[in-house]
Design a protein around this ligand. Sequence first.
Ligand code: ACO
Length: 380
Amino acid sequence: MATQETPLIQARGLEGVVALDSELCFIDGQQGTLIYRGYDIFDLARHTSFEEVAYLLWNGHLPNRSERDELLARLQAERTLPPMVAELLGMTPEDASPMAVLRSAVSALALFDAEADDPSPEANYRKAIRLTARIPVLLAAFDRRRKGLPPVPPRKHGSTAFDFLHMLTGEEPGEAAERTFDTCLVLHAEHGLNASTFAARVIGATLSDIYSAVTGAIGALKGPLHGGANIEVMRMLLEIDRTGRDPVQYVKEKLARKERVMGFGHRVYKTLDPRAAILRDMVEALSEERGQRKWYDYSMKIMETMEREKGLYPNVDFFSAPVYYMLGIAPDLFTPIFAMSRITGWTAHLLEQWKDNRLIRPRAAYVGPRNLAVRPLDER
Ligand code: ACO
């Protein structure tokens, strides 16, 4: 008996498609509003730390002091790498892309986690904490090794921002640098069903494990149309600086060649991304403080040109690039740092997915030929 097919809806790139219900994040792309679990991003950026936001995303409410301290202590205790994963980092080519290293190392972490395939919510929460604690250790260890510097072991105290900057540079960051970096982590923690989070949920929805889902998400984030854009933004700013080009002319020529200017445009925001507004202020403050006003000036000229010429606004990747650069971080670490924060959003989505799971499986409209007959091999 013929059964009736569900009507098909076509949306290229799934634009405008609502795939699931989520309590994690609300975005109003027309107004430029971003809310994590009911809290506006401006309020969170001003008044919370990355660890508090991680707690909020995972548990649904902002922590009180003892809940925050307990999470921080668990994160600190997990800032360690299984010896085999540390050894793997030691064998990684020094010129490897840090995102490729991160993807491989996160996948390898699963091999040394006795709970890797335990699907219970309690084990998944522990793994979310473990991953959040270990990604900064992995990245700092790889960066120092490729620079020929001795590793700096985690202090296992202080915030994620503090210990990461310390492991990266070998020096304790000042309060201002720690706070700036911490705010960047808050801003990047969650953003609805973006490509990498969707990838994580698609993998999670097959009832695969958290490491597989996060490894896939890292692969999605790596692309220059998603998290990889921040590296390209810095390449552009550095090229403008090195060649002494006028940023306005530079951008106009790029557009005339029909090239994309990275850090602009967004599938959801049709106005200024609120995270970009916060980061823009951070670029201005850091440029003044460090006597490097040029990064702010170049960025503002590019922003004004893109709005005038294309009606496009900066996204989170545009102003985060000069912020990280002025904090002394290598440009190819910008996307891994995004992952270091977004791991909280990815894992919060996975915990949510598994509470009420359904396989995610869209359809493709078939546009190939039909009714072909197979001819014998010698006659083709
Ligand atoms: N530079 C120049 N033109 C652009 C840009 C850009 N950055 N972004 C969009 N456009 C143009 C496109 O060429 C297209 O023009 P057309 O209609 O004349 O061909 C139009 O705007 C619509 O672009 P789409 O690619 O269809 O928009 P979509 O929603 O699919 O893409 C995306 C969104 C991928 C973010 C896009 O704006 C882009 O490529 N931006 C640059 C990369 C970037 O910054 N990515 C980071 C996004 S934020 C994040 O993921 C963390």
